[in-house]
Write a protein that binds this ligand. Structure first.
Ligand code: OAD
Length: 236
């Protein structure tokens, strides 16, 4: 696989073994919170404190967790390949901390906050930035409130031009730890298939779009991926 153009898409499942809860598993975040309340622009308008508390808890948790063997395996994969694109639906920074050099975070980032006036994102992870109180931007003459730098339902995912360019050229498309519920990420496998790429899935359970994959490996990403990556690199 070393000379192939490889695109990898990760979802919440890859960070599960690091201790970050997924969304749709039995103990997932959407069991306790309604998407409408904490992951939509309407939710933010109606109850900003609830939304703020939800993401502040996740931002604080990010400082306590560590990348797992699946994140490290992908960083190694990238190092060994000439053409490699890593797309993630995740908002944590575990890929970067494992050594991945370029990560397309299509659903935003927990580390940054976004000014509602200017649209600019700022890295805000100091102790003061992680409290229950709202924080203000540094970009406007009259500082305005910052919102979580997350792509909520009803908003447009980011880096899509770069993502589709990579997808349209890919020869191998690998999805790891995603339930296939959320579009456009869930539809990327169709694009890859349409252009004749080999499509591979690594997931704990059967996702909604399982039938689109040529090859499926069920199990925990942290256990499976290190061996799978070695195997892929040894393929001619
Ligand atoms: P989900 O929570 O929907 O799905 C996680 C998937 O990971 C499930 O199919 C699990 O079976 C699988 N899984 C769990 N543990 C695993 C492990 N150790 N190894 C491998 N797989 C494992 O998460 P996503 O598909 O990423 O969006 O969710 C997509 C989007 O929905 C998220 O980015 C988020 C959410 O609403 C926003 O917040 C905008």
């Amino acid at each position: 696989m070393q000379s192939k153009r490889v695109v990898v898409l990760t979802g919440a499942g890859i960070s599960a073994e690091s201790g970050i809860r997924t969304f749709r598993d039995n103990d997932g975040l959407w069991e306790e919170h309604r998407i409408e309340d904490v992951a939509t622009p309407e939710g933010w308008r109606e109850n900003p404190q609830l939304v703020w508390n939800f993401y502040q808890a996740r931002r604080r948790q990010m400082l306590e967790v560590e990348p797992n063997p699946a994140h490290f395996a992908l960083a190694e994969f990238e190092n060994a390949l000439q053409y490699f694109t890593l797309i993630t639906q995740n908002v944590d920074d575990l890929h970067e901390r494992a050594g991945s050099s370029k990560v397309l975070h299509m659903h935003g980032n927990l580390k940054t906050l976004r000014c509602e006036q200017s649209g600019r994102s700022e890295l805000r992870m100091s102790d003061e930035d992680l409290r229950p109180q709202f924080v203000k931007c540094t970009c406007c003459a009259e500082p305005s409130t910052l919102r979580p730098d997350i792509v909520w339902f009803g908003e447009t995912p980011i880096h899509m031009r770069e993502i589709y360019t990579a997808l349209e050229e890919c020869e191998v498309f690998i999805v790891i730890g995603s339930s296939g519920h959320v579009y456009p990420a869930s539809g990327m496998v169709n694009i890859a298939k349409m252009i004749g790429a080999r499509t591979i899935l690594v997931n704990l359970e059967e996702p909604l779009n399982a039938y689109d994959f040529d090859e499926i490996h069920y199990g925990k990403a942290g256990e499976l991926l290190p061996k799978l990556v070695q195997g892929w690199l040894n393929e001619s």
